[in-house]
Write a protein that binds this ligand. Sequence first.
Ligand code: ADP
Ligand code: MG
Length: 551
Amino acid sequence: MQKGKIGVSTDNIFPIIKKYLYSDHEIFLRELVSNAVDATQKLNTLARLGDFKGELGDTTIRIAVDEKKKTITISDRGVGMTAEEIDKYINQVAFSGANDFLEKYKKDANAIIGHFGLGFYSAFMVSKKVEIHTLSYKEGAQAVKWECDGSPEYSIEEIDKKERGTDIVLFIDDENKQFADKNEIERLLKKYCRFLPIPIAIGKKTKWEDGKEVETDEDNIVNETKPLWTQTPSGLKEDDYKKFYHSLYPMAEDPLFNIHLNVDYPFNLTGILYFPKIRNNIEIQKNKIQLYCNQVYVTDSVEGIVPEFLTLLHGVIDSPDIPLNVSRSYLQSDSNVKKISSHITKKVADRLDEIFRNERKSFEEKWDDLKIFIEYGMLTDEKFYERAQKFALLKNTEGKYFTFEEYKNIIKDLQTDKDKQLVYLYATNKEDQYSFIEAAKNKGYDVLLMDGQLDTHFINHLEQKFDKARFVRVDSDVPEKLIPKEEKNELKLTEAEKDNLTQLFKSQTPNINNANFIVAFEALDENDKPVMITQQEFMRRMKDMSQTGGG
Ligand code: ADP
Ligand code: MG
């Protein structure tokens, strides 16, 4: 047996690991299982290249929990390690400048793990002792066992192991007993390892027999090795996307549609984004997108990684270029991540544009559900606005949909004010404003329906974007003043008569704040009411803004 000291410049790395990595202990499992996956994939590659000529055999990665002994064993049939490789990859932990770094990042455990390739050492977050039993795939290799009890001393000895590959045995310490539990480990595997590319089994499947649960001889596989996003889009059907969606979000309604991302230049990015159907009055849940790095689960908190408005979407994003074990602030400032983010925006816009052009009818059918995402995107992301103005729709009170351009052409001849500005008339509630809508329509005007959650903000935004245009509520005083005047039936009232009538109305309607309403006398047409009590447009606007939170 040989003994040695793990090569780190700090005297003892283990107290550091335990202390700073406190918050996220459970990721040890992700690290060890992904090492097992790496080792298996390396062997697969060697076999493909003809550098490994033996039998691959069953390469399922097996996780075993001994609840009595409080051990967890992770076994793979990958490349294994020779004693020299253990020395190189496990003992010589590159730890230059560790103290400085720790000082800087001590609040962020994940940053430390990733930065130093402490993947394997994360085992010590939960273990009082770790053993590696391993046999390299190389011909004539000698199996070895490495053992370390959490001090920087380790020992290594030859053992008798027949099967190629590595078993990592963790002796769980008392503070982390909760992990010496098969159900807990199965739960963690399903969280972090659900889509890893090599089969992972924990125990055997069980069945019920004579009122008892008994083990079958079928492996209890926890993962899907070829998740949908890794498959070629052309081979997939609508139904496949829906099924995958429901496997991710079992409680959700069918999504509106999906976007399959598949980019390999200038960076690698795959994934599927879904536009969820949001039920009325249910608050939108943010951060439902799951982020993966080569099929390893990283996080479901994607704020700062994807553009703000896409945090409303569902689905998965997978990129080896998104650094795995780094902090949120690091991710947000990473230039790769920024590129990825703007690329996702572009892809989403392109796909929406494509659906709009190819399947306009179904796009229109989905618009009412879709519009909150698109308006939010257009409000918060200038680039997205530029792209979306081609397919964003306006809906009128008759339920017809128009692009911005189409709508402008419809109203441009009739709906202008004295300053030659285009006037977009809109209603916020079809029932309440029924008589105003009808009156405007009778004059030949078109009235938009702007009853969405973001519409007040969106209208303000459009007013800034559109050339010479203003948006006016149909029940304000403005529709009265629109050109053309020719067909208007002026009521033959003198100013004094009008004044008297105004006083009369005001005195008879004490509940209305006098300052806020006006009485209009121009008849809308010969069938209509000769007098209208209405509110000034800017007062309306102020009220709407305050109701939706302003700003
Ligand atoms: P990383 O995975 O980023 O290289 P780790 O600390 O997780 O860092 O692992 C260090 C190295 O130890 C790996 O690169 C690999 O060479 C070796 N190793 C770890 N686990 C295994 C395993 N199960 N089989 C073979 N080699 C392994
Ligand atoms: Mg690793």
